[in-house]
Each structure stands twice: as structure tokens, then as C-alpha cells.
Design a protein around this ligand. Structure first.
Ligand code: ATP
Ligand code: MG
Length: 374
């Protein structure tokens, strides 16, 4: 292996769940289907997770703390790259570039001065230095500069990888935040963030059970949905906004949840977890029915695809639609986002646009990312 004509890229994703880093090595043949050749992941050490979470809100000496957290993240990225290369028996020289997402600590596109910003921290220079591979980073800023949300970026990739089936298909990524990609049978595509997912589920679960996440959704499944609380949460104006729209921990965080819970002080912790699961399901299902009622098949990716309680809820909320994980279409749910960043890195290196203006709201197609040569 290693001397085919296929271009080889690595994608690295660490999302808003703050669970860790997922990485893939992906081969793009000159023609024909690309293939994922290796996958590795590394959990965040708890201190790094705490540092990243703290950087989501302003605090003392945050430039210094952000710079050190970026270094720590890039060292973890380099470890994942090493593990991927080892698995695939590849040399660094055989990889054209790494697409590294970085860690979103603030997402306020088009806010404040009209341009706003979205901030994914990492140290791409350190990653290039440690791996000897070109690094593509900062994928979102150019879209924001062009008037867009800088998110979601995955719909363009979903269209390229999963589109063209002649059916009305949708993809739902259940990461920290949930986002939908709509792939209608006519070959078009759009997408938007639809609401919170694991960011809130994990936070509540950690607080009340000490576990990082609710495995299989079993704890939430054992509770009762608090319907008035669910209605209050769903009344947040974000859910009624029309696309393009994107969100993050800037909105859906513990403070947001606590503000609502003030009025439901007697709710049992397990029932709040059940309600947060129902919020994830309802907000995604409602948005999908509204935006693409003709959808025949919904494929779910991200860690939420491993949450049986969420998957059963989606199937119930969407009668008439077939609901399955992306395993059913050849890409395991934990590999989809990382593969998107391998794909986006290739688009950048080849100077081809990476955004889908219908999804981000940008004024047009743009080449995304900044290259840090090895
Ligand atoms: N077996 C499981 N059961 C329930 N939930 C799971 C399971 N495995 C993973 N998860 C959930 O998935 C989360 C991680 O998902 P993922 O890595 O896709 O999200 P992310 O890093 O936030 O990515 P992004 O925001 O970019 O979509 C975990 O924090 C956890 O909540
Ligand atoms: Mg993750």
C-alpha cells in the first residue's frame, strides 16, 4: 500500500461535545469512490476538557490559557495522526495534507460589528512541525467573512459523499449540537444547525451521575418527559428561525438550561435527562418535517447515533421515514465528521470551494482554510 495514484488526506475533528478527537485517513482516487483506510480516536484528558469548556466564556488571562490549550490540543492531534499512520502503514510523506478542525470556543458569526467571528483554537504550526505533514486549518472564517455562518460545513461533504441517490435523503449529525443536511432527489442540497444534542445531555449526565455521557441513553430512557419543561425549552426563538442558522455552546449551555429549570425546581434529575433527550429528538424531527417533508430516509451520524434512546425517539417522531445510522450507507457514524475534514482539506489544497452557500448563508462559494506547510 502507499504508492497508489489516490490522494491521501487525514481529517481530524474535535467537536462541541468535548469528548475527544476523531481522525481518519481517507484515499481519494483520481476517479471512483473515496475510501476511509484508518480511524483512530483519543479522549480528551479531563483537564484539557475543563480548560476548553472554561474558554467558552470570558475569564481572566484567557489569551494565555487559550494559547496553551491550543498547544495541548495539537499535541493530542499529533498522537491521533501517528496512530492513524501506524494503522494504515503509511509514511507522513504519503499524506498530502491534514484537515484539522480545532476546538470551537466561540461562535458569533455576523454579530457585534456585523462580521462577528467564529473561533476554533489549535496550533496548526505545532501540528505541522510534529507530523511533517501540511496542515489545513481555520476552515470557517472565510465563510464568515463572506457573510455566512461558517457552519454547518458538512452539508457540502454530505452531498458529495452521500448524494445522487435519486431519493429524498437527509443526514442528521448528533454531536454536541445537532445539524441537518437535506439532500433532495433533484441533486440539490442545503442544511442548518437544528438545536442542542450531546452538549446538554452530557452536561446533565455528568452533573448527576458522574458519567461522561449517558451510555445508550439508558438513564434518560428510564425517566419521564416533563412536558411543560419541554414546551418551555422548545419556545426558544432559535428553533423557529429559518435557515441559514447555526449555533453552539454560546447559546445552548448550562446557564440556558438552568434559567429554564428555575421554574421546574421539583423535577427529578432523571426526568430532566428524559426531557433533554426529547428536546434533541423533537427539535430535529420538527425541523426536518418543516424543511423537507418529502424525506424518505434519515441517516444519523455523530456519537448520538450510538444512543439507542435517541434513535428510537427519532423513528417514532418521524413515521413514514426510514431512520438508520450512516453504517447503513457505508460510513460508521463516528467517522463521518472527521472524513468531512479530510474532504475539506483536499478542497482547499485543490483550490476548490468547500462551503455550500445555501447552508451557511455566504454570498458565494469560497475556498476554505489556511495552509501551514510541513
Ligand atoms: N454509546 C453511546 N451512547 C450514548 N451516547 C454516546 C455514545 N457514544 C458516544 N455518545 C455521545 O456522543 C458524543 C460524541 O459525539 P461526537 O464526537 O459525534 O460529537 P462532537 O465531538 O461534539 O462532534 P460535532 O459537534 O462536531 O458534531 C459523546 O459526548 C456522547 O454524548
Ligand atoms: Mg467528538
Amino acid at each position: 500500500m502507499g504508492d497508489t495514484a489516490a490522494a491521501c488526506y487525514i481529517g481530524l475533528m474535535s467537536g462541541t461535545s468535548l469528548d475527544g478527537v476523531d481522525g481518519v485517513l481517507c484515499e481519494f482516487p483520481a476517479d471512483g469512490r473515496p475510501t476511509v483506510r484508518a480511524f483512530a480516536s483519543a479522549p480528551f484528558p479531563h483537564p484539557l476538557r475543563a480548560d476548553m469548556l472554561a474558554l467558552n466564556t470570558s475569564g481572566e488571562d484567557e489569551l494565555h490559557r487559550a494559547a496553551l490549550a491550543a498547544n495541548a490540543l495539537s499535541r493530542l492531534y499529533a498522537e491521533v495522526v501517528e496512530s492513524i499512520l501506524h494503522q494504515a502503514s503509511r509514511s507522513p510523506q504519503s499524506v498530502r495534507a491534514i484537515g484539522a478542525h480545532g476546538q470551537t470556543v466561540r461562535h458569533r458569526p455576523q454579530a457585534f460589528d456585523g462580521t462577528g467571528y467564529t473561533l476554533q483554537i489549535q496550533n496548526p504550526a505545532l501540528l505541522a512541525e510534529r507530523t511533517g505533514i501540511d496542515v489545513v486549518a481555520d476552515f470557517r472564517s472565510r465563510d464568515v467573512a463572506a457573510g455566512g455562518q461558517g457552519a454547518p460545513l458538512v452539508p457540502a461533504f454530505h452531498l458529495d459523499w452521500f448524494g445522487g441517490t435519486g431519493r429524498h435523503v437527509a443526514l442528521l449529525n448528533l454531536g454536541g449540537i445537532a445539524n441537518l443536511s437535506l439532500l433532495p432527489a433533484d441533486g440539490g442540497a442545503s442544511g442548518f444547525d437544528c438545536g442542542p444534542a450531546n452538549a446538554l445531555l452530557d452536561a446533565w449526565c455528568q452533573l448527576h451521575t458522574g458519567q461522561d455521557f449517558d451510555a445508550g441513553g439508558a438513564w434518560g430512557a428510564s425517566g419521564q418527559v416533563v412536558e411543560p419543561l419541554l414546551a418551555a425549552l422548545l419556545a426558544d426563538p432559535f428553533f423557529a428561525l429559518s435557515a441559514p442558522k447555526s449555533t453552539g455552546r454560546d447559546l445552548f449551555n448550562r446557564a440556558w438550561l438552568d434559567a429554564h429549570l428555575q421554574h421546574f425546581g421539583t423535577a427529578a434529575a432523571v426526568d430532566v435527562q428524559a426531557t433533554l433527550a426529547a428536546l434533541t429528538v423533537r427539535s430535529a424531527a420538527d425541523a426536518l418535517r418543516r424543511a423537507a417533508p418529502a424525506t424518505e430516509r434519515l441517516y444519523v451520524c455523530g456519537g448520538g447515533a450510538l444512543n439507542g434512546h435517541l434513535m428510537r425517539g427519532l423513528a417514532q417522531a418521524l413515521p413514514g421515514m426510514a431512520v438508520a445510522s450512516t453504517d447503513a450507507i457505508g460510513l460508521p457514524p463516528l467517522q463521518v465528521e472527521a472524513t468531512a475534514f479530510a474532504w475539506l482539506a483536499r478542497r482547499c489544497i485543490e483550490r476548490r470551494p468547500g462551503n455550500l452557500p445555501l447552508a451557511t448563508g455566504a454570498r458565494g462559494s469560497r475556498v476554505l482554510g489556511a495552509v501551514y506547510p510541513a
